[in-house]
Write a protein that binds this ligand. Structure first.
Ligand SMILES: C[S@@+](CC[C@H](N)C(=O)[O-])C[C@H]1O[C@@H](n2cnc3c(N)ncnc32)[C@H](O)[C@@H]1O
Length: 426
């Protein structure tokens, strides 16, 4: 396929996402099934066009001064490739599958806007309804943070120290141009996709099958490390899901002690069994019913709450979710988080710790939630997060670390957005 056909395909897919309110991955898959002639290079290029348009939606719409699937795809293409309208028109000439060319008014608007600084709100690409909340989270850096949350993400992996070393994994993945991650001690990173490419399918690698590494964002690795599970401890992972953090905790504990992996949703827990096996994690007990944890009440050295949240910290990877999120959903997550935190706290032994994590950058889900928890639970107090950081990493303390907790962001730490608060029980 030539560029014109790829742009048209991306426009068709965005139209489908918008009109049928469906996840981008589903729309992409359906398009692939009904266009079997498209090769893997075409699919990768179309995927990039679709995801770029979703990530940079407000910027792209501003370029054209109007928002349609066509202006989103073309606008994001101009921004991502630093192309100007005349150059695109020349490239698409004679391409019968290309979308409608820019008319003279569009050409003038886009050309003029590409030459002027973009207003902060359009750079930030936040949905209008939550702009104020995110300004409260980031302060004066809000536009820079939003811009970084709208960029293409890297592919991060965590070396499974139960089976391999970073050197071994880097050697096995040398052909992917993977390098050591900047902060996480066991992290390996393939940089963001440039141009039309796609990330390597690292899960097809023999090293993955042998359990030498897991795909895990560096932010997720950092918060799992900060949770500070030590060998021999009794640990409860209260929202274990598919086990991303559980596996990291188990490796950090060198298979010594016990991790109880619980999730209220059995379906979400299901993949954990295969993952534990592949990783060689032998100190994890999976618990799918809350009453299966009765004997752990008041006994745990560490309880991890990797809470259900808006996922706003992962908008680089799931940009369609950014535009679907509503204030009602944010409020529903906040109510769940408060209830989960109170339940999870009952498992912490005196002198033990409760670590609260979200992959959100909303203050309401992070500092505010932690403040409210402390008001309801006087036996707990916040730990010193600067000291925690220094115990785990040689990298400098990140920009958003204070008495309230640690926030990681694409702009400040080069990771997905995460927030962690560590509490100690008297
Ligand atoms: C952010 S995800 C966990 C991700 C997982 N820890 C990982 O690292 O892969 C949040 C999880 O909380 C679970 N959850 C939701 N409500 C819960 C509750 N009341 N008690 C325990 N888990 C709950 C969800 O099913 C979901 O799997």
């Amino acid at each position: 396929m030539r560029l014109g056909g790829r742009l048209s395909a991306a426009i068709e897919i965005i139209q489908d996402i918008e009109t049928r309110h469906r996840p981008a991955a589903d729309a992409m898959r359906d398009w692939g099934l009904s266009h079997r002639f498209a090769g893997s290079g075409d699919r990768a290029a179309i995927g990039n066009l679709v995801y770029d348009a979703l990530r940079r939606r407000r910027s792209a719409a501003w370029l054209f001064d109007t928002e349609t699937p066509r202006t989103l795809v073309l606008g994001a293409y101009f921004l991502e490739t630093s192309t100007i309208p005349d150059a695109l028109a020349a490239e698409l000439e004679g391409d019968n599958f290309a979308p409608a060319p820019l008319d003279s008014g569009e050409t003038a608007t886009v050309t003029q806007r590409l030459a002027q600084p973009m207003p902060q709100a359009e750079r930030a690409n936040f949905p209008l309804w939550c702009e104020e909340s995110l300004i409260a989270s980031f302060g004066e850096n809000w536009a820079e943070e939003g811009e970084a949350l709208s960029a293409r993400p890297p592919l991060d992996m965590r070396v499974n120290t139960l089976k391999a070393t970073r050197e071994k994994v880097l050697k096995a993945l040398a052909h992917t141009h993977a390098a050591s991650s900047p902060i996480a001690p066991h992290g390996v990173r393939v940089p963001p996709i440039s141009g039309n490419g796609r990330h390597p399918n690292v899960q097809a690698e023999p090293a993955y099958r042998k359990g030498w590494f897991e795909v895990q964002d560096e932010g997720s690795q950092i918060v799992a490390e900060l949770a500070g599970a030590d060998a021999g401890q009794q640990v409860l992972d209260f929202c274990a899901g598919a086990g991303g953090k559980t596996l990291a905790l188990s490796a950090r504990m060198e298979n010594k002690g016990q991790v109880f992996a619980f999730d209220a949703d059995k379906q979400r827990l299901a993949p954990i069994f295969d993952r534990l096996k592949r990783a060689g994690s032998r100190n994890v007990q999976v618990v799918s019913r809350l009453d299966g944890l009765e004997r752990q009440i008041g006994q745990m050295d560490l309880v991890l709450v990797d809470a259900p949240c808006t996922g706003s910290g992962t908008w680089r990877r799931r940009p369609d979710a950014k535009w679907r999120l509503t204030r009602q959903q944010l409020e529903a997550r906040m109510a769940e988080q408060a209830e989960i935190l109170d339940n999870a706290a009952s498992f912490v032994r005196p002198g033990g710790r409760l670590v609260y994590i979200t992959c959100s950058v909303f203050r309401e889900e992070n500092q505010d939630q932690a403040d409210a928890f402390l008001k309801r639970n006087e036996a707990f107090s916040r730990q010193d997060h600067t000291a925690l950081w220094a115990q785990c990493f040689s990298a400098p303390v990140p920009a958003y670390l204070d008495a309230g907790g640690v926030m990681l962001t694409p702009a400040s730490t080069g990771t997905d957005g995460f927030h962690l608060t560590s509490f100690k029980r008297d």
